[in-house]
Design a protein around this ligand. Structure first.
Ligand SMILES: Cc1cc2nc3c(=O)[nH]c(=O)nc-3n(C[C@H](O)[C@H](O)[C@H](O)COP(=O)(O)OP(=O)(O)OC[C@H]3O[C@@H](n4cnc5c(N)ncnc54)[C@H](O)[C@@H]3O)c2cc1C
Length: 422
């Protein structure tokens, strides 16, 4: 059966939900549908995320889209009273003086976004700031001579943000089609002649309909929020998503030592350890207060191929042989810990400047390339999608910030390469 809408959003992860929400908010009379191959929302990479957020980015556009998204989430949790599991527990980057002295960090401090933490305070908090010479030599570690603590940073629950958007979307009358796999479409002639071999090179083309496992969908506009699956969906149409997938893993670790670290607060009033980035290799420790655990993760660059595997599995030996020895060198409290859960997903990398692509081609809008920070930018990205849809040249973000709608596009893109990808 043919289903007809004004807008069909493909992907019910956080990007698709936010995009549909802002399109519908802009124009209530629109008939909007969201389709996803999974059985419910938030089952793709959104569910695999470590879901930490920060406004500490080297590029201005990233600072704006994170800051505004964080302020929107704050509004949802603290003003609307919809619990997002949000904790403003900070982000703590650890390293030697050379690392901490980089100009980007200094700028964060000058602008009141972060402060330095000295080595003595870190020792008191339980960090072993000086690993042994053997550890330093073997694992290429550096000493911890201090830290940089970001304020407007923390953690939240991706499922809960999705719940928020879904409940609003249902109230607004947006229709959901789950268990609906979209097959890679081809462009169709705007005016069909019914000659064999259409569309010909001289015919104007558009995306008129999508074939799915649950029948056809027609719409005036199709919005692809399909993360690492975007290139595969677009390629028959000859449209490039400019994004490559890479596997990422999270290991949930618990134990008495881990528990002793969890409430090592550096920010007044939070009582929860900050998201902590260990020196040298960028291992991230993300507290998870509910399960009284710490999630250990890393976005390693080399010897991890670009590929997407639907059934990607975590590798216990990656933790045991790779992450664990480094973590223990700085935090011996992990010695008696054990992994109680683990999972894997993918980052959708923009391999050039590591920031989203949000662009329009024909009647297709694409939002992809989140490069490991799609949760903390999702609300702003949804607003950029809505602006593209309605032809607005400037996008007003939550909190009064604004960016050029085309800044995250492909042509005329204005994004500096992001240095702070973790
Ligand atoms: C291990 C890990 C840790 C991360 N940590 C963080 C973090 O701390 N902070 C942060 O901000 N970000 C983090 N990220 C990144 C973040 O999770 C993503 O950027 C974000 O979830 C992307 O959301 P999305 O909606 O674009 O994609 P997804 O959530 O993947 O949604 C895409 C949807 O498209 C659907 N889909 C795909 N193909 C089809 C098709 N053919 N037909 C129908 N439906 C289809 C999928 O089923 C899926 O539901 C992390 C990611 C991983 C993997």
């Amino acid at each position: 059966m043919l289903k007809s809408f004004d807008v069909v959003v493909i992907g019910a992860g956080i990007t698709g939900l936010s995009s549909a929400y802002h399109i519908k908010r802009m124009k209530d009379e629109l008939r909007v549908a969201i389709v996803d191959k999974k059985t419910t929302s938030c089952q793709g990479n959104t569910a695999r995320s470590s879901s930490a957020f920060r406004n500490l980015f080297s590029s201005e556009v990233n600072r704006k889209i994170t800051q505004s998204t964080i302020e929107f989430y704050r509004h949802v949790q603290f003003e609307l009273g919809f619990d997002l599991g949000m904790h403003i527990n900070g982000y703590l980057f650890l390293g030697d003086n050379k690392f901490l002295g980089n100009p980007t960090f200094r700028r964060f401090v000058d602008q009141g976004m972060a402060r330095y933490v000295d080595e003595e305070s870190l020792c008191k908090a339980g960090f072993r700031t000086r690993p042994s010479d053997d550890e330093i030599g073997l694992m290429n570690l550096s000493n911890i001579e201090g830290g940089l603590l970001g304020y407007e940073c923390g953690i939240l629950s991706p499922e809960k943000i999705c719940e928020f958007y879904v409940s609003e979307l249902r109230k607004m009358g947006v229709e959901f089609f789950f268990g609906t796999e979209v097959f890679p479409p081809s462009l169709q002639p705007e005016t069909k002649l019914d000659y064999p071999g259409e569309p010909f090179i001289w015919q104007r083309t558009t995306l008129k309909s999508l074939e799915t496992s649950s029948g056809s969908f027609t719409a005036d506009t199709f919005v692809f929020c399909t993360d690492v699956w975007t290139d595969g969906l677009l390629e028959k149409m000859g449209i490039d998503g400019h994004t490559r997938g890479k596997k990422r893993q999270v290991f949930q670790v618990t134990g008495p030592g881990v528990l002793s670290l969890l409430h090592n607060s550096f920010l007044d009033g939070e009582g929860l350890m900050p998201v902590t980035i260990l020196p040298s290799h960028g291992i991230v420790l993300r507290p998870e207060p509910q399960s009284k655990s710490i999630w250990v993760t890393i976005a390693e660059e080399y010897n991890r191929d670009f590929s997407v595997n639907e059934d990607t599995q975590p590798e216990p030996e990656f933790y045991e042989r790779g992450l664990f020895p480094v973590v223990v060198a700085y935090l011996p409290q992990f010695r008696d810990s054990r992994v109680t859960s683990m999972w894997a997903g993918h980052y959708a990398y923009n391999t050039i400047d590591r920031t989203h692509y949000v662009f329009e081609d024909k009647n297709i809008i694409v939002a992809t390339g989140s490069s490991g920070s799609g949760i903390m930018k999702a609300d702003a990205i949804g607003r950029v999608v809505a602006s593209l849809y309605s032809g607005r040249k400037r996008t007003t973000l939550y909190g009064g910030y604004s960016i050029d709608t085309s800044a995250l596009g492909v042509h005329g893109r204005r994004v500096k390469e992001e240095e702070m990808v973790i």
